[in-house]
Write a protein that binds this ligand. Structure first.
Ligand code: SPV
Ligand code: MG
Length: 294
């Protein structure tokens, strides 16, 4: 029998392996379970979605320790590796060090940090958001790598140059610097409606290190185009929180209008389904083992 492969190594293998991998967004223990049930091999702990689930904006309104607590529920709820959206790292190199140590402790397989300033703003809001100084950001990456307590913990360095209106040359210059600083992968982000920017980046970047993308805005591009371009990992970044907003709205509206449950019963998950997802059977059998026989 094979030794169990740690979540750290599994995320690293997804990033570094030759096949295109997929990370599906989750924002809670429940949504993390749904991701696993669907068959995904890994989770994206989205900052936008985790914030929204708390009723907060994607502006570092949740403190880093609150994010840590939330991702811990996700890690406990599943066996999947989690790549956590670490935003800017919640400060400078020193904040990244402590954050990375704590993530390793909680079994979170990797963190993605972006080259912007604290407090961050979601990439799809406004134009020309200021970028971090490249060298300073490299220090954040190096500090994170020096602080990980599991050899296979991954740091993904996210490049916001294209989003912020800088040139492809600037994006490539930063990618090279972050790669040299020890990032296990880079994430090149784009908010264009087509994938031209991403494909162009891939052509020039070659195969120097794994590349992660987030096709939220250029969703119309066939996935095979990214596979052919040599992308390592695709993040489906926010679709479970968005799906839940739609489902909750419809359900709440029906119940409010009808003052009755008849419209919704049968269209929502059953209470039994909740018990199954939370593995209530396990509690039953544990009770048989540990409770006194009456
Ligand atoms: C997130 O899911 O929080 C992300 C991806 O960082 S994006 O919203 O595209 O910036
Ligand atoms: Mg984010």
């Amino acid at each position: 029998s094979q030794a169990p492969v740690s979540r750290f190594s599994r995320l690293r293998a997804m990033l570094a392996g030759p096949d295109l991998s997929f990370l599906m967004e989750a924002h809670s223990g429940l949504s993390a379970k749904i991701v696993e049930e669907a068959g995904f091999q890994g989770i994206w702990g989205s900052g936008l979605s985790m914030s929204a689930a708390l009723g907060l904006r994607d502006n570092n309104e949740a403190s880093w320790s609150q994010v840590l607590e939330q991702v811990e529920y996700m890690a406990d709820a599943t066996s999947l590796p989690i790549l956590l959206d670490g935003d800017t790292g919640h400060g400078n190199f020193n904040n990244v060090r402590r954050f990375v140590r704590k993530l390793c402790e909680r079994g979170v397989a990797g963190v993605c940090i972006e080259d912007k300033l604290f407090p961050k703003t979601n990439s799809f809001i406004g134009e020309a958001q200021p970028l971090a100084d490249m060298e300073e950001f490299c220090g954040r990456i190096r500090a994170g790598k020096d602080s990980q307590t599991d050899d296979d913990f991954s740091i993904v360095a996210r490049i916001e140059a294209l989003i912020s209106g800088h040139s492809m040359d600037e994006a490539l210059r930063r990618a090279e610097a972050y790669h040299q600083a020890g990032a296990d992968a880079i994430l090149i982000h784009s908010k264009k409606r087509t994938a031209n920017e991403i494909i162009g980046f891939m052509e020039r970047w070659g195969n120097r290190c794994p590349v992660v993308i987030v096709p939220t805005m250029y969703y119309g591009t066939p996935t095979d185009a990214f596979r052919k371009a040599g992308v390592s990992t695709i993040i489906w970044a926010n679709h479970l929180v968005r799906a839940s907003i739609t489902a909750m709205r419809t359900t709440a509206a029906h119940i409010h209008a009808d003052q009755s449950l008849t419209q919704v019963e049968g269209r929502v998950a059953s209470v039994k389904d909740i018990f199954a997802l939370m593995d209530n059977d396990e509690l039953e059998t544990a009770g048989d083992r540990y409770l006194p026989v009456t």
